[in-house]
Design a binder for this molecule. Structure first.
Ligand code: 5GP
Length: 114
């Protein structure tokens, strides 16, 4: 189904700065970081957008969140805080159609987001 640049990163066909991997999830640093820490947590199983998620993906979506929180704790900034974001389609600002959780940290985040 959805073949994107992230599928190539999963298959190690293009390089990425991978910081975390488990059976279901891969995480790597964003190529255009928007904060001192900017990591993308992606499911190895491609799902184009959050709109395409079904109840069958509920565990996978939970695993993405838990992987991000676990990695934040392992890096020592979890207590200071961080933000996780999933963009969806045009108005959400999604550009890569393989769902991913942005983890942003290392500075105070603004609200409302732009
Ligand atoms: P979106 O805009 O879809 O929410 O987020 C896609 C993110 O993927 C962007 O922040 C963009 O910088 C990042 N990105 C796009 N292509 C690559 C790539 O080849 N390698 C890495 N590491 N990040 C990428």
């Amino acid at each position: 189904m959805s073949e994107t640049i992230f599928s190539k990163i999963i298959r190690r066909e293009i390089p990425a700065d991978i910081v975390y991997e488990d059976e279901n999830v891969l995480a790597f640093r964003d190529i255009h970081p928007q904060a001192p820490v900017h990591v993308l947590f992606i499911p190895k199983q491609p799902v184009p957008t959050l709109n395409d998620a079904t109840p069958a993906h509920a565990e996978l979506l939970g695993r993405l969140m838990l992987a991000a929180a676990g990695w934040a704790k392992s890096q020592g900034f979890a207590d200071d805080g961080y933000r996780v974001v999933m963009n969806c389609n045009r108005d959400g600002g999604q550009t890569v159609f393989h769902i991913h959780l942005h983890l942003l940290a290392g500075r105070a985040m603004h609200w409302p987001p732009g």
